[in-house]
Design a protein around this ligand. Structure first.
Ligand code: AGP
Length: 611
């Protein structure tokens, strides 16, 4: 997520802004910049780190008492100097930074192009800034009024900070859907995406709410709604430390990212899924939709957790699109000299977009004529750039080494692609299509419901943390979730865990079962339910401990289990986005109970960029 900093007051602005941007680096970014008012508006920005920006402007006159700064996590337009913020308006009179996504920016951009505007970047931010300038010019009104009028036309999420060369000392800010905090000092004000840039100067803050607009001067803070009605700022005294802010108040990034999932799944669906209209819009793959629809074969290529997402996607695409799907470990696919036919579609799934095995695997496939789609979280990453097309997961930076929110976002994207292609092919009955769209829209709330039961799972972790081995079992769509649950436990708590198709037990693994072996069943109500309950009985009969992820209200499965973790009812195709949540929490709390470094587990890297 982008980082935002602003200052207006008697101090030198630049050092405050740069230090504030460094406080926000934990949010993840790929470019950065500052704008200062010193005899006009001066903007300094570049791709890369804050320290590199600093180095690039050593010796420049940076004297100013007002400024804004930004660290950009790319959503529209890949990381580059020209796409970095702040952006300047066509006249050069306005400078703006933005955190969020303007969903209707294409339409606004076309309106401006028709009026003769041109653009120096690919960003939605530059469009919004010039839209504001156009209104200011046309209506001959104040910047504040122009912002109010413009934001009534905007759909999407935003925090914006603007400066006007004609009004030195004033910063205008507005927010909807992204965070904005204003620090209140003596004759000075600070602005930030969170309180970390201002904590050392003031602990008195105002949290700006959605649809509010702030006019910020050194000695005055005016808050208004978009109806131009004044609002009395509510000043709070912070008692939080810097380290806690970076983790959003959670003890670890992994826990924060697990609990972000209602929001990140929502962000993934936003602007794409319209259940009321019955449409799925995915501009990133639109150009290749026909080729995907007519593909003889789709190959999912990935590693680790992303490979598990590919396995879920295999079941989804085969059911909804009736296309043959294979799932390949990238590390095997790249060395195996696989058969690649022209017109094959390869879907590369990767959170980092930099996994070496996946990158090389798709380079080989591309050279052999395959169409490459990237389902990637990091905008502008290598896998995203090498792909012909794709869809970003918009999960925001994932700091914890264990992949959690990226996995559910990958499932959301892959499900939308399969629904779109299946609908185009006519392989999904209209009724089922609409049922799935409506249910998919409810997933963020169902994820939030599941997270409310985290205390139960924390107690389970305490109970089973001394086991030496775990088995994770599932059937159908929940089989890949069993694999993912086992991986999470292994990599966070260092306890050996294996995932298996539940029906596979009788072919060998059941020999492992005794009173010391906890067996986790992913056993929601689906067509396999009767069969998996038989598998539970087989484990019970051999004194194994049965821990089950079950559908809320499923008393039968509960009666066969020693312990249960609950998820709401959901269609089997969508269930993995819910059933994985308790397993993420089980791994986290078990690792915590064993004193492991849950954000940075031993021997692991967040992105495996080596072979
Ligand atoms: C998952 O928790 C691990 N961190 C690891 O398996 C990871 O999923 C794998 O390295 C693939 O990474 P990617 O999604 O960035 O390509």
């Amino acid at each position: 997520m982008c980082g935002i900093v602003g200052y207006t007051g008697p101090r030198e602005a630049y050092p405050i802004i740069i230090k504030g941007l460094k406080r926000l680096e934990y949010r993840g970014y790929d470019s950065t910049g500052v704008a200062l008012q010193n005899g006009g508006l001066n903007v300094y920005k570049k791709k890369g780190k804050v320290a590199e920006l600093e180095e690039s402007i050593v010796g420049v006159n940076l004297h100013s008492h007002i400024g804004i700064g930004h660290t950009r996590w790319a959503t529209h337009g890949e990381p580059s100097d020209r796409n970095a913020h702040p952006h300047q308006s066509a006249s050069g009179q306005l400078a703006m930074i933005h955190n969020g996504i303007i969903e209707n920016y294409s339409q606004l951009k076309q309106e401006l192009i028709n009026k003769g505007y041109s653009f120096s970047s690919d960003t939605d931010t530059e469009v919004l800034l010039n839209f504001i300038e156009e209104i200011k010019k046309n209506n001959n009104c104040s910047l504040e009024e122009a912002v109010r009028v413009a934001l009534k036309r905007v759909t999407g999420a935003y925090v914006i900070l603007l400066m006007d060369a004609g009004d030195p000392g004033t910063i205008i800010a507005a927010r909807k859907g992204s965070p904005l905090v204003i620090g209140v000092g003596k004759g000075e004000h600070f602005l930030g995406s969170d309180a970390s840039p201002m904590l050392e100067y003031t602990k008195e803050v105002v949290y700006v709410n959605d649809y509010e607009l702030a006019i910020v001067k050194p000695d005055e803070l005016i808050l208004k709604n978009l109806g131009n009605e004044k609002i009395t700022p509510y000043i709070q005294k912070l008692d939080i430390e810097l380290a806690a802010i970076e983790k959003g108040g959670y003890d670890h990034f992994m826990l924060k990212e697990i609990f972000e999932q209602p929001r990140t799944v929502y962000d993934c669906l936003r602007g794409r899924l319209d259940a009321a209209e019955g449409t799925i819009t995915m501009s990133g793959i639109q150009q290749y939709a026909e080729q995907i629809m007519n593909a003889n074969r789709i190959v999912m290529v990935a590693c680790g957790t992303s490979w598990h997402a590919g396995l879920v996607a295999e079941y989804i695409f085969e059911e909804l699109c009736r296309i043959n799907v294979e799932v390949e470990y990238a590390s095997e696919f790249r060395y195996r000299n696989p058969v690649i036919n022209k017109g094959d579609v390869i879907i590369a799934i990767s959170q980092s977009g930099e996994t070496a095995d996946t990158l090389v695997a798709i380079e080989n496939a591309k050279n052999n004529g395959a169409i490459i789609l990237g389902v990637v979280n990091v905008v502008g990453s290598s896998i995203a750039r090498i792909s012909h097309a794709g869809a970003y997961t918009h999960a925001g930076p994932e700091i914890g080494v264990a992949s959690t929110k990226a996995f559910t976002a990958q499932l959301a994207v892959l499900t939308m692609i399969a629904l779109k292609i299946g609908y185009m092919k006519g392989t999904i009955p209209q009724k089922r299509y609409m049922q799935l769209l409506n249910e998919l829209q409810e997933i963020p709330e169902k994820v939030a419901w599941t997270l409310k039961h985290s205390d139960t799972i924390k107690a389970l972790a305490e109970k089973y943390k001394d086991a030496h081995d775990f088995l994770y079992l599932g059937r159908g769509y929940n089989f890949p979730v069993a694999l993912e649950g086992a991986l999470k436990l292994k990599e966070i708590s260092y306890i050996h865990a294996e995932g298996y198709p539940a029906a596979e037990m009788k072919h060998g693994p059941i020999a492992l079962v005794d009173e010391n072996l906890p067996v986790v069943f992913v056993a929601t109500k689906d067509p396999y339910h009767e069969k998996i309950m038989s598998n539970m009985q087989e484990i019970k009969a051999r004194k194994g401990k049965v821990i089950s992820v079950i559908t809320e209200g499923d008393e039968t499965s509960a009666s066969l289990s020693d312990d249960v973790m609950l998820v709401p009812e959901a269609d089997e195709i969508l269930a993995p986005m819910l059933t994985v949540i308790p397993l993420q929490l089980l791994a986290y709390y078990t690792g915590l109970a064993k004193g492991c470094d849950v954000d940075k587990p031993r021997n692991l890297a967040k992105s495996v960029t080596v072979e």
